[in-house]
Design a protein around this ligand. Structure first.
Ligand SMILES: [Ca+2]
Length: 294
């Protein structure tokens, strides 16, 4: 609030001189005001047993923000579909082959422990994050908090207004999706807070997808909490470390029914549990086959 008043004074002076700073004033105050959309969410988290001190610290952090940019991507008509063919080109498969060699030890360990072949794990890591090189630029804590806050009408209106009119769903569809996504995001947010506390990580520093998927394996926090594995035995589970991500992908697949010598039909169904898209599952199996054939 103090910051807004100060900027307002400066802006008024600037306005008298040039008029240029008026827009900057509007933006700065809007950013501060939008943090109030997290108030009902903070109360819910405290009621669900999270330490009010920790919650206050998380949302009082200078990086905390109501992130309409990331979350609006859930609520727009998307023209572009992911081009899965890019992952089966010779160039992509060659890079995956180099990854197989570079991480041979961790992949062999994962196969021995979980019965999942190195080719399938590598194919998933290729498609998810281009072998760990593209892990996403959204602040996961902010994206999940913003989505979880959509139970509150003020937050919901602010997001609705932030979506360009020509890309919006109908209001009815938007509300339906906001109801569903806010419940889902709240559970993922709670998992993120628990996971980062357990691993002694700073939740505000985790970058990931706009949906909140994290690390080389793009795990949602609930999966990170339940199924991620410390692959390099350093006592921490860090999905931005290849050994941990490799073991975690293998454990995830095993958890969903993978076993050594699995048939292709069952393999297809298990891979769908990673990402519910037939294009995705077919692409993973195609890459794995190419890698196996040498
Ligand atoms: Ca580790």
């Amino acid at each position: 609030m103090l910051k807004c008043k100060l900027i307002a004074l400066l802006s008024l002076t600037a306005l008298l001189l040039t008029g240029v700073f008026f827009t900057a004033f509007g933006t700065a105050c809007a950013a501060d005001a939008s943090l109030s959309f997290f108030e009902p969410l903070k109360a819910r988290l405290a009621a669900d047993g999270f330490s009010p001190d920790r919650i206050a610290r998380l949302y009082g952090d200078s990086r905390a923000a109501f992130d309409t940019r990331s979350v609006s991507l859930f609520f727009v008509h998307s023209e572009a579909r992911l081009n899965y063919d890019q992952f089966t080109t010779t160039e992509s498969v060659d890079r995956a082959r180099a990854y197989l060699q570079a991480h041979e030890k961790a992949l062999a360990q994962a196969e021995q422990t979980y019965g999942v072949g190195p080719e399938v794990i590598t194919a998933i890591i290729l498609v998810e994050t281009q072998l760990g090189t593209m892990t996403g630029g959204s602040n996961v804590f902010n994206a999940l908090s913003t989505m979880a806050a959509l139970t509150d009408s003020g937050a919901r209106e602010a997001l609705w207004k932030a979506i360009p009119k020509d890309r919006r769903f109908s209001r009815k569809e938007f509300d339906k999706k906001a109801n569903k996504k806010s419940r889902w995001a709240y559970d993922e947010l709670k998992a993120l807070i628990r996971y980062t506390a357990r691993e002694n990580m700073d939740p505000g520093a985790i970058a990931g997808s706009y949906a909140g998927a994290m690390g080389i394996s793009q795990f949602m926090p609930s999966n990170a909490l339940r199924l991620a594995i410390d692959g390099n035995d350093d006592g921490r589970i860090d999905l931005f470390v290849h050994e941990d991500a490799i073991a975690s992908v293998a454990n995830y697949l095993r958890h969903h029914g993978w076993s050594a010598g699995i048939g292709s039909k069952k393999a297809y169904r298990v891979i769908l549990r990673y990402n519910y898209s037939s294009y995705y599952a077919k692409t993973i199996l195609k890459i794995a086959k190419k890698l196996k054939s040498g």
